[in-house]
Design a binder for this molecule. Structure first.
Ligand code: ADP
Ligand code: MG
Length: 589
């Protein structure tokens, strides 16, 4: 074996740097956080080639005094914490005085900075940890960092990076989160000479959401403002209609910093349960305030994952707050003939599909708006918010005008300058489901006795399912007895099956219950069983008449969450008059 030797300082620094600077986006994060700490009100992030050839961060903050510049690049040099006690407050998250030294260890760094009182600024060059140049120059107040050829001296790290495009993507996501974290700062993000994001810094969260996520998101928000003994929270959550397929749209901030928290995520997602399809996640931008002593800061700062004391109470309080807000709102998805270009938006499964070809070709493109000048920015989501008052309210009901049925499936209803499109099946299913669940919970199920019983022959899988969910089936009104061998006699069926084939439904329930995992609670089995029986119940393409539809709407109206069927599909869509008028060129936009 080789002799033991001490590593030289340059190697030690490179290794240490690896912990802080993992990829180009880490550089951006550290430098922008420094700019924010320096009181900047405008920050520009510019990158080339995914940040590998160049990262430039410009701010109008305090600047660094000439004499302090070389010190700023020492390891553990910081103007932000003086002692270990300071580390115990959340405002010191991520302050370790390691960023500049780490970046300088693995890149070629140029710094131009000037404080307001000083007449001239300084230009400072440091490469691989070694000072190269230092000169006085004329410069505006504030700081510019140029980081070139990242990892030029650590090829192993460089190899570990993804493609420039992917790295640029990480930086864009980061830039968006940074912009969201501080709506009072104007952020500009430029990649390969293209402006990708520009926020105004007017402190309006909704405007930032509009800039990042587009019009549809900005017009589908529910405001949150809550204060309790444990925390304060403000910001927005997305209506369930704008959910996404992953958690990337859940944004949490504490003390104006983006953080991750499993606790907060779980509480939020639980509140959205039954409002979203499985594997769909909500959008949110939530700004929390916690007392320092509620936070367990004993975690790695760069991991951004926070832990709390009093976890359960926080979970419960947040859950209640979000749930209550979701219950209050109309969650009708507004559809348009225009093509949705919002990123990550799944192909909408709504009426657009059925448009004839010529319409398809003439779709209006809603590009993600990136205004050239701040003054040109004109968010138009405000108007949309007001477009429909609550469609499903007692006051609205007398003013519904039921137009008729479309494609034997959809009911068209006019109300308040808006066309509402109700999916009869989804709505019916939802009403049935809620009724079933309610009667199950109140244990008021009825059984309709069958004489003679229906005899079923079950395969082994179905038999197992029957054994496992016997209790639940009994609870919803099925009475089933062994009839010898593989045969079972169904002596009673739920009383509310609306002339549907009980045998068919039972078999469907048994077949589907295989999917139910072992770990679920009896209550969720009930929910599942109820949801399956309702799904089966509305399968028949039952033609409804006007009167039945009126009753259906009235029943929907009484539900806590009428906007989604038990499987999370929307029950109602809307299209406003303006949208149609635009299409017919009656109005110019
Ligand atoms: P930390 O942020 O943990 O203090 P850094 O290595 O990131 O450590 O920065 C070292 C110091 O350099 C900071 O404490 C700050 O005083 C100074 N500094 C860095 N960037 C800026 C900037 N953009 N504007 C003003 N001061 C800065
Ligand atoms: Mg820093």
């Amino acid at each position: 074996m080789d002799k033991i030797a001490l590593l030289d300082q340059a190697t030690i620094d490179k290794i240490a740097a690896g912990e802080v600077i993992e990829r180009p986006s880490s550089v951006v994060k550290e430098l922008v956080e420094n700019s924010m700490d320096a009181g900047a009100t405008a920050i520009t992030i510019e990158i080339k080639d995914g940040g590998l050839s160049l990262i430039r961060i410009t701010d109008n903050g305090s600047g660094i005094e000439k004499t302090q510049v070389p010190i700023a690049f020492y390891r553990h040099s910081t103007s932000k914490i003086k002692s270990v006690e300071d580390l115990l407050t959340v405002s010191s998250l991520g302050f370790r005085g390691e960023a500049l030294s780490s970046i300088a260890a693995v890149a070629q760094v140029e710094l131009i900075t000037k404080t307001a009182p000083e007449l001239t600024g300084i230009r400072y060059l440091i490469e691989g940890g070694f000072e190269k140049e230092k000169e006085e120059i004329g410069a505006p107040d504030g700081t510019t960092f140029l980081v070139r050829n990242l990892f030029y001296n650590t090829p192993a790290r460089r190899k570990f990076l993804k493609t420039a495009q992917t790295e640029a993507g990480y930086i864009q996501t980061l830039a968006e989160r940074l912009a969201l974290s501080r709506p009072d700062i104007s952020f500009k993000y430029i990649a390969n000479n293209q402006i990708k994001l520009h926020t105004s810094g007017n402190a309006n969260v909704k405007d930032v959401i509009f800039q990042i996520y587009g019009k549809e998101m900005a017009s589908s928000l529910i405001e949150i403002s809550e204060e309790n003994a444990l925390f304060t929270v403000t910001g927005f959550i997305g209506k369930p209609t704008v959910s996404r397929g992953n958690r990337n749209f859940e944004n949490y901030f504490i003390n104006q910093r983006y953080i991750k928290s499993t606790l907060i995520s779980q509480s939020l997602e639980e509140a959205y349960k039954n409002f979203l399809m499985q594997h769909q996640y909500p959008f949110c931008a939530l700004y929390f305030g916690f007392d320092g002593n509620m936070l367990d800061v004993n975690v790695h700062p760069s991991k951004m994952e926070l832990r709390f004391f009093q976890q359960e109470s926080i979970y419960q309080k947040l859950f209640e707050c979000i749930r209550e807000k979701l219950m209050q709102k109309d969650h009708i998805k507004s559809v348009s003939f225009g093509k949705d270009t919002n990123k990550n938006e799944k192909k909408p499964e709504n009426i657009k599909k059925s448009l004839p070809e010529p319409f398809e070709k003439k779709r209006i493109e809603y590009e993600k708006p990136i205004p050239k000048k701040d003054s040109e920015k004109q968010p138009d989501y405000v108007q949309e918010e007001l477009a429909y008052e609550r469609f499903l309210s007692d006051q609205a009901k007398p003013n519904h005008r039921i137009i008729g049925q479309l494609f034997h499936t959809y009911w068209l209803v006019e109300y308040n300058e808006t066309l509402f499109i109700i999916d009869q099946h989804a709505a019916h299913e939802k009403v049935l489901y809620e009724k079933t669940i309610r009667s199950l919970k109140q244990k008021e199920h009825t059984t309709q006795l069958l004489s003679p019983p229906i005899v079923l022959t079950l395969d082994p899988q179905e038999e197992r399912a029957l054994m496992r969910f016997k209790e639940e089936l009994l609870q919803i009104g099925f009475e089933i007895e062994p009839f010898g061998g593989k045969e079972y006699a169904v002596c009673g069926v739920p009383g509310n099956l609306f002339h549907l084939d009980a045998k068919q439904i039972l078999l469907e329930i048994l077949d589907n219950s295989m999917e139910i995992q072992a770990s679920v609670t009896p209550e969720s089995v009930l929910e599942k069983v109820a949801s399956m029986s309702c799904k089966a119940a509305v399968k028949g393409n039952h033609a409804m008449n006007q009167k039945e539809v009126e009753i259906l709407i009235a029943e929907l109206l009484e539900l806590e969450n009428p906007y989604f069927c038990p499987h999370g599909r929307p029950t109602i869509l809307s299209m406003d008059k303006q949208e149609l008028e635009k299409k017919f060129k009656r109005i110019v936009t």
